[in-house]
Design a binder for this molecule. Structure first.
Ligand SMILES: [Zn+2]
Length: 419
């Protein structure tokens, strides 16, 4: 590289970093005049003006005149224009696939569930379905003249985040499945990035971005389904550990004399508080709430109905789960000292019947007396991980806004002019 081209490369890197800085400021703090944007980012006003013009031409920001309030010339207000840029998140569950397409402003264009018996279908068939739901969502994005900037697959598994390979997914029966490579092939090697990550990690990211813990930098997310997953945000960052497998809280060995776990061990926390444990405690084997062929939301609604009607067995089951949940949660609070514990999945759906027992256990077992840690319920439902996946996909735009092509170039390409 010549000295001159090295200088150009550095200049280009700096411009991209500054575009990123301005876009992040608009996303984090909302609309504001250019002068305030300059103050917030520490950039010169002329630089900000040029950057805003570029963001506008990429369809990422818009500048307009605000309502006049009083005397004087009103300055133009710059706002995020996230409506044309989308991330796709797909969540693999034991019994379904959830897909969302979310724009940079956090608005969902697509939110769908496809029923699928994942363990029985096997990885190849599930990957075919994944490719189909992603392609359908991308088409939907194209119909609103939007741009797909990435796809993230959320899986209840140990996922090698760098290669996108599932090392082990006990509840799906998957081992060594190269999800990202296989999905990219099926999608015809798209020009946007495809990633895979642990579902609870992505759900924790979603809660931190826009859920129950929006902006809370120290939180523990726990989700209950067939398994129990978790993710930790510590000082604003997802805790991954050395190999990226941190947060496997479902396999904390809390009941050595207990039930056999999907991982092959005995007495893991998820055998105490996973969905199977709840259903075992709440209903006899022939009860319809234990029929996996029926919709989970409906079965949980039936359990809620019974609890509200004061059914003794249901209430005892919920108390048992809440106490077991609090036991494990107290370990996590002692270890991570979070401000919030966010309960997701079925823990959120039945949360108002669980929180009291959880809090009682925390009060008894957390060493930091008067810990400020609160237990809250996720508002994101069962699609939190898919939303987190979309969020991570959108991150590529925040890192480098130039991944979104200039508008006139995009239009020329779609008209065949630059193809
Ligand atoms: Zn286990």
């Amino acid at each position: 590289m010549t000295e001159q081209s090295a200088e150009l490369a550095t200049h280009e890197q700096l411009r991209r970093a500054n575009l990123s800085l301005v876009l992040r400021a608009l996303l984090a703090d909302g609309p504001c005049p250019r002068s305030a944007l300059a103050a917030r980012t520490g950039l010169a006003k002329a630089t900000v003006a040029a950057l805003v013009t570029e963001l506008e031409s990429r369809g990422l920001a818009s500048a307009g005149t605000p309502e006049r309030n009083g005397v004087g010339r009103p300055g133009q207000v710059v706002r995020l224009d996230g409506g044309g840029v989308f991330g796709i998140g797909v969540q693999v569950n034991v019994d379904s696939l959830d897909v969302v397409a979310m724009d940079l402003g956090g608005v969902l264009l697509v939110e769908e569930r496809i029923e699928l018996d994942v363990p029985t279908s096997g990885p190849q068939v599930v990957l075919d379905h994944l490719a189909e739901v992603v392609a359908t969502a991308a088409q939907r994005i194209a119909t609103v003249r939007g741009v797909t900037v990435g796809v993230t697959v959320a899986i209840p598994a140990l996922v090698d985040e760098h290669t996108g390979t599932v090392n082990l997914a006990p509840n799906l029966g998957w081992r060594d499945v190269p999800v990202v490579v296989a999905l990219r092939q099926r999608l015809g090697e798209p020009d946007y990035p495809v990633r895979a990550d642990n579902d609870a990690n992505l759900a924790a990211i979603a809660e931190y971005a826009a859920g129950a813990a929006a902006g809370v930098p120290d939180l523990v997310y726990l989700t209950g389904a067939v398994g129990v997953g978790g993710g930790v945000i510590s000082d604003g960052r997802l805790l991954r550990g050395a190999a990226g497998f941190a947060g496997e809280f479902g396999h904390l060995p809390l009941d050595p004399a207990g039930h056999r776990c999907g991982c092959g061990r005995t007495g893991c926390w998820e055998t105490m508080v996973g969905l199977a444990a709840l259903l075992r405690a709440a209903a006899t084997p022939d009860d319809s709430v234990r029929n996996p062929a029926l919709d989970l939301d409906q079965r949980l609604a039936e359990i809620r109905r019974r609890a509200a009607a004061g059914d003794d067995r249901t209430l005892r089951a919920l108390q048992q789960i809440g106490t077991g949940l609090g036991l494990g949660a107290s370990i996590l609070v002692n270890v991570f000292d979070p401000q919030l514990i966010v309960l997701g999945g079925y823990f959120a759906a039945l949360g108002d019947y669980l929180v009291e027992s959880v809090n009682a256990e925390l009060a008894a077992r957390v060493v930091a007396n008067g810990s400020e840690c609160r237990v809250v319920l996720s508002p994101l439902g069962f699609t939190a991980a898919a939303r987190g996946g979309a969020q991570v996909a959108l991150e590529s735009v925040l890192v480098d806004p130039t991944v979104v092509a200039l508008r006139d170039r995009r239009e020329a390409v779609s008209a065949g002019g630059l193809a």
